[in-house]
Design a protein around this ligand. Sequence first.
Ligand SMILES: NC(=O)c1ccc[n+]([C@@H]2O[C@H](COP(=O)([O-])OP(=O)(O)OC[C@H]3O[C@@H](n4cnc5c(N)ncnc54)[C@H](OP(=O)(O)O)[C@@H]3O)[C@@H](O)[C@H]2O)c1
Length: 170
Amino acid sequence: MRISIIAALDERGGIGKDNRLPWHLSADLERFKTLTMGHHLIVGRKTCQSIGRPLPGRKGIVITRDPRFEAPGYTVAHSLEQALSLARQRGENEAFIAGGAAIYALALPLADRMYLTRVHTIAQADTFFPPFDPAAWKLLQNQRHPADEKNEFDFTVQVWERGAKLRRKA
Ligand SMILES: NC(=O)c1ccc[n+]([C@@H]2O[C@H](COP(=O)([O-])OP(=O)(O)OC[C@H]3O[C@@H](n4cnc5c(N)ncnc54)[C@H](OP(=O)(O)O)[C@@H]3O)[C@@H](O)[C@H]2O)c1
């Protein structure tokens, strides 16, 4: 099972503000939907609450330490490892780690692939993607999209794949 991170970050690595995305980029939301459709989507409890609903066609897993937490349409897990093994048991071929910062930090050492949207702005972010060493990754795709009426800022979509020898066994 491939472990993939999917995230949108600004030029300083900012990903969120007040438990929301700091921008509106229709084309990026569409790309997120296309990539994740039919797959397991693993999120932290705060991101789950920020999304506020199950995402149609995605198999949501929410990670929390709270033994009583429930979210309609999501399966609850209490660690990233538990979430990944649940997805694996269900026959998933690519599990998507969709944030937020706490869950990206847990997933970064395990991830095989990262779908990153680099938003060409500096947002007033309060939450950040963990630093990563680009030398440990190969850039497979790098495509710039201009801002327009539906996309607030220019952004570049990237696909990064980790070198096989550098991946820690999940
Ligand atoms: N730009 C993007 O692509 C993107 C994507 C996703 C989210 N975001 C943004 O990121 C922000 C949220 O990120 P965040 O870091 O504050 O929250 P988060 O990662 O969504 O959720 C954090 C919660 O996950 C649970 N958790 C974390 N580590 C755990 C562990 N080791 N074991 C069990 N549970 C664990 C805890 O839940 P409990 O407190 O319930 O125990 C913790 O409070 C929001 O602003 C959101 O909009 C941005």
